[in-house]
Design a protein around this ligand. Structure first.
Ligand code: C5P
Length: 232
């Protein structure tokens, strides 16, 4: 049985490979993430195909950032397609524009706080104020939620502290960087197991390579769902 709490990152090169993988995963997966790596490989067409023809939920991970008018127009366009989640950068003016753009559609706007690939030296280079990354992440999450985000993207390490924010009540927390027990880490460093991420307050976990690179992707997806259990 598929479980909506598992979102599989379809980080394959193009729509053909994406549809083939979705076919292999079949009923084991009900929610997919399509991102920028597939933009030139038909990513948007794949997102629509997964939604319309296969009845899957779709998370479009575009991490949009631009002037308000452009964000509003871009999100208004995307909101016509009945997709489920869309990421924008968590700057309040970007989030506010995205919230206007989505209008009355069912699209959920998820804010990116601080990219987990950045360290303090990168933040210094970007002229981001002094302070611990964890604190800056928490403040950006609070401000994005106040600005109208439906939720935030957070590493498993950040999920619990964000969940404790008053601004996060009723909002979504979606965590990548999740590794089933015993899975290869790849380039992920700060990881948690699926069950731990959910216990720490995540509503959805994003898992990519441990599923789509597996010899039997459907079995790998079912194993993650089994790790989530049914009682959380
Ligand atoms: O293959 P893996 O499970 O590491 O894939 C995780 C997905 O989540 C990838 O699409 C990656 O780009 C995305 N992601 C992440 N860490 C973040 C933000 C997004 O791994 N901090």
């Amino acid at each position: 049985m598929a479980d909506d709490r598992l979102i599989v990152a379809l980080d394959v090169p193009n729509v053909v490979a994406g549809l083939a993988m979705a076919g292999r995963l079949g009923d084991a997966v009900s929610f997919y993430k399509v991102g920028l790596g597939m933009l030139t490989g038909g990513g948007f067409a794949l997102a629509n195909e997964l939604k319309a023809a296969h009845g899957k939920r779709v998370f479009l991970d575009l991490k949009l950032f631009d002037i308000g008018a452009t964000i509003e127009a871009a999100v208004r366009g995307i909101a016509q397609y009945d997709l489920d989640f869309l990421t924008v950068h968590g700057d309040p003016q970007v989030v506010r524009a995205a919230a206007v753009g989505k209008g009355g559609s069912g699209l959920k706007i998820l804010a990116v706080t601080v990219l987990t690939s950045l360290d303090r030296a990168d933040l210094d280079a970007n002229l981001i104020k002094a302070g611990e990354i964890a604190q800056i992440t928490l403040e950006r999450a609070a401000r994005a939620l106040e600005a109208g985000a439906d939720g935030v993207i957070a590493s498993p390490q950040e999920a619990a502290m964000i969940r404790a924010l008053p601004q996060a009540r009723g909002k979504l927390i979606v965590t990548p960087g999740v590794r089933p027990a015993g899975a290869a880490l790849g380039d992920q460093k700060r990881i948690a197991t699926p069950a731990q991420a959910i216990a720490d307050g995540a509503d959805h976990i994003v898992v990519g390579r441990p599923i789509w690179q597996a010899d039997d992707p459907a079995a790998a997806a079912r194993a993650v769902v089994a790790e989530l259990g049914s009682g959380t």
